[in-house]
Design a protein around this ligand. Structure first.
Ligand SMILES: Cc1cc2nc3c(=O)[nH]c(=O)nc-3n(C[C@H](O)[C@H](O)[C@H](O)COP(=O)(O)OP(=O)(O)OC[C@H]3O[C@@H](n4cnc5c(N)ncnc54)[C@H](O)[C@@H]3O)c2cc1C
Length: 468
């Protein structure tokens, strides 16, 4: 038995050669592509480029606001050229934050500024990675975290960002109240007692109602967690998934296409002393899967055989630490992504169809498919509104084509009753979204009330809401 990192870094080159030699194949198809073309850093009007994390969304804002406090923000908004869009860390794959009008960053409005019992008042520009240590100082933590912690708190709640765990809802479900500043400079407060309609709308509001400046966040005890990572046959992971969601605080798995394997990850509370995590192996893992794709993309059988040699004998890994240090990891390899949230009853059937269609039609795909479970909540535009959902997420390396998300994968998700992640790629607009969200019209009414002139509506948002 060897560790996964050793197997991947030492084994990747060797397995490729050994299996190729055994198969007698002579040609290695190198499918690596050049960097996608980047838009100019400055446009002809002298405006600076804004780009999202994956690089597929870009804009040249006429004005940028980076206020340090609420009064400065309110004054800036009144005179700001539309469309006004807030940006956090720019980690959404959709064009939610893109604008050629005014781009508002709350990077200078960050930090925990007060406590009321276990509820922390957090400035909305705070990055999740900075929130961890700030809450830990008080022995508290966020109830759950997404895969990475680079997002701003406002950006994360505005798109329904989530982690995994059958009893754990998305981040916005742990809010006790919000403060927004509208496009015309008004300050609006809301919580479950005061303007509950606005609160239900604002928790997941795509930056369409106003700029969120503060969030009152319900925190949890800062517990140590034990992480366990192991690889097993895909069919076994699927068969045991429901029982693992029931059994573990956090459980997710990654279906690894063309390998017949899956990687499982659990996190459970423990009083055991800390155990150092092995160095992150996401990059080595993906590099090895890319090598398998490049070398054996022409033969599913050889690709699966080589993957078995590479990954089959790796031993489980464990680590123990405080949850905020373990739950999010680095994602050094850039990608594009589509994620849908499905009724739990259809999640695994949809997953199997997704894996099958990729293995039949798209030998260029090498990223694992992520499978999570999220508890329900009541925010009007939350994909988890009305009950728990099971998410399935498909990724494509940033240099690779992702049109197949729309052509092959999205129809499967839609057939199985899925709702798209707001920050990840999808093609739904207007009536099709309205049909998925019982409070869609109520949300649009609150939007009209808060921003009657539509100054926060970019062409992308107008398209989503089907407004002119
Ligand atoms: C590598 C990677 C890993 C990811 N992992 C996960 C995951 O595990 N789970 C998950 O659910 N998602 C995940 N995502 C998606 C990501 O969490 C969301 O897209 C999130 O919205 C990004 O936060 P951000 O701060 O970058 O916001 P941005 O993308 O900058 O903005 C998102 C939205 O929030 C609005 N907004 C930002 N700030 C404010 C504000 N102050 N007031 C009002 N509106 C505001 C914007 O206008 C926009 O509509 C991942 C994305 C990447 C790139």
């Amino acid at each position: 038995m060897v560790t996964r990192r050793k197997a991947l870094t030492i084994g990747a080159a060797g397995v490729g050669g050994a299996v190729l030699a055994a198969s007698g194949a002579a040609v290695v198809a190198n499918r690596d592509k050049p960097e996608p073309p980047a838009p100019p850093t400055v446009n002809p009007q002298g405006r600076l480029l804004w780009r999202n994390w994956s690089g597929i969304q870009s804009a040249y804002p006429a004005e940028r606001l980076a206020p340090k406090e609420e009064g400065e923000l309110a004054a800036g908004l009144k005179a700001a050229p539309a469309p006004i869009r807030a940006v956090g860390a720019g980690h959404s794959f959709t064009a939610l934050a893109a604008t050629n009008g005014t781009l508002v960053s709350l990077d200078a409005m960050a930090g925990v500024i007060g406590w009321d019992g276990d509820v922390a008042t957090v400035r909305a520009g705070t990055r999740l990675g900075a929130l961890g240590p700030a809450l830990a100082e008080k022995g508290r933590a966020m109830a759950n975290l997404p895969d990475i912690n680079k997002q701003s708190l406002a950006g994360a709640i505005s798109t329904g960002t989530h982690g995994t765990g059958k009893t754990l809802p998305a981040i916005h479900a742990n809010l006790a109240g919000l403060t927004l500043i509208t496009a015309d400079g008004r300050t609006v407060e809301c919580d479950a007692d005061h303007r509950p309609d606005l609160f239900s709308a604002a928790k997941v509001s795509l930056g369409a109602l106003g700029i969120i400046t503060q969030a009152r966040l319900i925190t949890s005890p800062n517990r140590r967690l034990r992480r366990r990572v192991w690889i097993e046959p895909f069919e076994e992971a699927v068969a045991k998934a429901e029982e693992r969601w029931a059994e573990h605080r956090n459980f997710e798995f990654y279906a690894i296409p063309f390998t017949g394997l899956a990687a499982n990850i659990t996190h459970d509370e423990t009083d055991d002393p800390p155990e150092a995590a092995p160095p992150s192996q996401d990059d080595a893992f993906l590099e090895a899967l890319k090598m398998l794709r490049n070398t054996f993309g022409w033969s599913n059988g050889l690709r699966k055989g080589a993957a078995g040699m590479l990954l089959g004998g790796t031993k489980p890994e464990t680590a123990v630490d405080e949850g905020w240090k373990l739950l999010s990891t680095e994602r050094p390899v850039r990608f594009n992504e589509m994620e849908y949230h499905l009724p739990p009853e259809t999640q695994l059937a949809a997953l199997k169809e997704v894996v099958a269609v990729i293995e039949k039609e798209r030998s260029d795909v090498f990223f694992p498919i992520e499978v999570r479970r999220i508890a329900g909540d009541d925010a009007w535009l939350s994909p988890f509104q009305g009950g728990p959902r099971g998410s399935v997420a498909v990724h494509a390396w940033y240099k690779d084509d992702y049109a197949f998300f729309f052509e092959l994968i999205e129809p499967i998700f839609q057939r199985h009753g899925g709702r798209p992640h707001w920050g990840k790629l999808h093609s739904l607009r207007g009536q099709r979204l309205a049909a998925l969200y019982p409070n869609w019209k109520d949300f649009l009414e609150v939007r009209r009330e808060l921003d009657p002139q539509g100054r926060m509506l970019s062409p992308y948002l107008k398209g989503l809401f089907e407004l002119d």
